[in-house]
Design a protein around this ligand. Structure first.
Ligand code: IPE
Ligand code: IPE
Ligand code: MG
Length: 225
């Protein structure tokens, strides 16, 4: 597997079960991400995309949104050295312009400083699959409006056209939906759903997801015989 994508869901329920504020669930979620990144590298996976904040998540309370933005900012600052020394290339996919100018600057700096990494961590922030398709269509319209559009042309206008489509998409916390994640890119992705809440996602859960994936037969519409 080259590319694993994860819908990191269940932080709020994890915190609620412990009588803690939702933000402490998000903090535990960031720790789970560090663990899983490590497992991915050991498994030889080269790209990890994680859904951290959707275009719909702006509807949450001001306190939760600002807590998440602060967490992101702290994460980027405190992890920079580690990401660089571990060869992790940090990227953000999503409507970056929706984020504060301070966070946009921090993202741009971290993307630049980690450019040489051979493992890609793509964080989906203010990301929506429909928004991505609409943004791509608008970008295309600016450049080649007269020319008939192919799938390949269209892909080149997505947020990260150089990242291969995800092989497997994992969603934690028992929800059986995609919530607007990677609509274009997931056309032939495999899915794995688990009831485990994201902060509890551990090595055993990671191994289960990979074992499930390894049993799938990916035909991509074709037939061998
Ligand atoms: C996922 O956890 C993280 C974000 C959407 C930011 P949630 O915050 O959605 O957790 P639940 O679904 O309420 O448990
Ligand atoms: C999806 O989770 C988005 C992220 C994990 C960042 P949500 O918790 O926002 O999705 P819904 O509301 O359950 O569909
Ligand atoms: Mg949720």
């Amino acid at each position: 597997m080259e590319h694993l994508a994860i819908i990191m869901d269940g932080n709020g329920r994890w915190a609620k079960a412990r009588n803690k504020p939702r933000i402490s669930g998000h903090r535990a979620g960031a720790e789970a991400l560090d663990r899983v990144m490590h497992y991915c590298r050991e498994a030889g996976i080269r790209y990890l995309t994680v859904y951290a904040f959707s275009t719909e998540n702006w509807k949450r309370s001001k306190a939760e949104v600002s807590g998440l933005m602060k967490l992101l900012s702290n994460y980027m600052r405190s992890k920079e050295k580690e990401l660089v020394s571990n060869g992790v290339r940090f990227r953000v996919v999503g409507r970056k312009a929706d984020l504060s100018t301070k966070i946009q600057r921090e993202i741009a700096a971290l993307e630049e400083h980690t450019r040489g990494g051979d493992f890609t961590l793509a964080v989906a922030l203010s990301y929506g699959g429909r928004a991505e398709i609409v943004d791509a269509a608008n970008e295309w319209r600016k450049t080649n409006p007269g020319k008939p559009l192919t799938e390949e042309d269209f892909r080149s206008f997505l947020y990260a056209p150089d990242i291969p489509d995800p092989d497997l998409i994992v969603r934690t916390s028992g929800e059986l939906r995609t919530s607007n994640f990677l609509l274009w890119e997931s056309a032939y992705s495999e899915y794995y759903f688990t009831d485990v809440l994201w902060p509890d996602f551990d090595r055993a859960e990671f191994d289960k997801a990979l074992a499930s994936y390894s049993k799938r037969e990916r035909r991509m519409g074709g037939r061998l015989k």
